[in-house]
Design a protein around this ligand. Structure first.
Ligand SMILES: Cc1cc2nc3c(=O)[nH]c(=O)nc-3n(C[C@H](O)[C@H](O)[C@H](O)COP(=O)(O)OP(=O)(O)OC[C@H]3O[C@@H](n4cnc5c(N)ncnc54)[C@H](O)[C@@H]3O)c2cc1C
Length: 453
């Protein structure tokens, strides 16, 4: 059995360690930050995340789902907030059996670390920052952030789960023929908390993901266990996306207050003291990273955000990273110690699908911030629901394929585009779903789609 070195004890690294230890590997994880179970260091990016079928499948495989379920809040659909304060609920799935879950990033990460450390063959080393790799000597360097000392150590198998700005990937970039692209959105995000009311109760409907779509920007809110909501404002960095609608423009209290009162009046009623928080909290950046290959010398590989960072608009980054672990685990089963075959098959299976979810996530931003409030979009959603009822094995909504199924993301992307064309065709001449021409729908579906299941 080879020893495995994991760089990064975030969501993917901690989960992967559990998978590997179940197979009997000795695992050392090296994490840049101090232990988040002892130090209040915050989770990093978002405070809470949407966990769905792919991520749940992985948590079930390692036996952690029952525990996480206790801290997860089901969200059955989107609650759209109009400027006038009207609320409009759009269900995610076919019924209450299909929902996504709001989970605290830090609680999930801590539970994964606890589970990892229950195994005597896993050791997590904290405050150890990967600062270099010599892939020819199989040597990785770590800088201890407490002592300032640097050490080099040999690895047998190294897996990098050190996130979107991966240091290991940076080392891979120095090698010949490494493909890399990094695209920053001209959007940033800022988190604000709507606190619980005086009785510790939620101030809005709890079992939904709230969205205030405003065309070129949006506010969303996910519930937390303590009765609060974590709200995230996605807004352009600079004025190129609208003169008054940018973080750059919102540089003083008057402007911020006016912006929120104009665009999110019900939010202001729920959280009148938001503006000091607005200036305290940082603006996070959003990027898509694609790279290839993910493997060096058949003994080092990238996984999770390190190999495919995506924008958060389909709520799939962590779910995709967890699915990487599921696939790598099955490749380990299949190739019994042959790491060249294990890593190659893992990469072949995952690269095409991580590219697909990156594209799906970017498309979904337009849907969330703009289309969910658009009449034609809502008509197409109604037609989609009718077609799903009539052709449940063939016409499966894109959201369902991505969120409630484990079919490859690339299949969801391809079929989603075909279905979008069908919906455009069917909705072009009607203003209400009652006018849907089922004969035409039948013809289009038979011509363009085969059975999914
Ligand atoms: C605003 C926002 C909202 C999101 N919402 C969702 C959502 O709803 N659903 C969803 O599925 N995904 C969501 N995501 C995506 C999700 O956060 C990531 O896909 C997920 O965290 C990836 O896990 P990871 O373990 O690969 O990386 P990370 O969680 O980033 O973990 C990387 C770890 O590596 C450590 N590290 C970094 N550099 C080094 C180094 N040099 N040496 C050692 N350790 C290092 C870090 O400290 C960290 O612990 C969201 C992301 C953002 C930004």
């Amino acid at each position: 059995m080879k020893k495995i070195t994991i760089v990064g004890a975030g969501l993917a690294g901690s989960l992967l360690a559990v998978y590997l230890s179940k197979k009997g590997f000795e695992v050392g994880i090296y994490e840049r930050r101090p232990d988040m179970r002892k130090h209040n260091i915050g989770g990093g990016k978002s405070i809470n995340l949407a966990l769905s079928t792919r991520g749940i499948h992985a948590l079930k495989e390692v036996g952690l789902y029952d525990e996480i379920k206790k801290i997860a809040i089901p969200m059955f659909g989107r609650m759209i907030h109009t400027k006038d304060g009207d609320l409009n609920f759009q269900r995610y799935g076919k019924d209450d059996s299909e929902y996504i879950n709001a989970v605290s990033r830090s609680e999930l990460n801590k539970s994964l670390m606890d589970l990892a450390e229950k195994n005597s063959n896993i050791k997590i080393h904290f405050s150890e920052r990967c600062c270099g790799i010599d892939f020819e000597k199989n040597e990785v360097s770590f800088l201890n952030d407490d002592s300032g000392s640097e050490k080099k150590m040999k690895y047998e198998i190294l897996i990098a789960t050190d996130g979107a700005t991966s240091a290991v990937r940076m080392e891979m970039m120095k090698r010949p023929r490494f493909n890399f692209s990094q695209l920053y959105e001209n959007y940033g995000y800022k988190e604000l908390i709507i606190p619980a009311d005086a009785n510790g109760k939620f101030r809005m409907e709890v079992n939904t993901l709230h969205i205030w779509p405003r065309g070129s920007f949006m506010l969303i809110a996910l519930p937390n266990l303590d009765g609060s909501f974590t709200c995230t404002l996605f807004l352009g960095y600079d004025k190129s996306l609208g003169r008054e609608n940018s973080f750059e423009f919102l540089d003083n209290e008057d402007r911020v207050r006016k912006f929120f009162e104009t665009n999110f009046p019900d939010f202001v009623n729920l959280h009148p003291d938001f503006s000091s928080e607005f200036f305290q909290n940082p603006v996070g950046s959003l990027m898509t990273v694609k790279c290839y290959p993910w493997i060096v010398n058949d003994n080092a590989a990238l996984l999770g955000d390190a190999s495919h960072a995506i924008v958060p608009f389909f709520g799939q980054g962590m779910n995709a990273a967890f699915e990487d672990c599921v696939y790598l685990n099955s490749c380990i089963d299949k190739y019994n110690g042959d790491w060249a075959k294990i890593f190659n098959e893992y990469q072949n299976l995952r690269k095409v699908n991580s590219d697909a979810i990156a594209d799906l996530a970017q498309e979904n931003f337009i849907e969330m911030r703009d289309l969910v409030a658009d009449k034609r979009f809502l008509l197409k959603k109604k037609i989609e629901t009718e077609l799903y009822k009539k052709y449940p094995d063939t016409f499966v909504p894109k959201y369902t394929m991505v969120t409630f199924m484990r079919i490859p993301y690339s299949v969801a992307l391809r079929r989603g585009r075909i279905q979008e064309n069908i919906l455009n065709n069917l909705s072009s001449d009607i203003s209400d779903v009652s006018g849907l021409d089922f004969n035409f729908a039948d013809k289009l579906i038979k011509e363009n789609l085969d059975k999914l299941m």
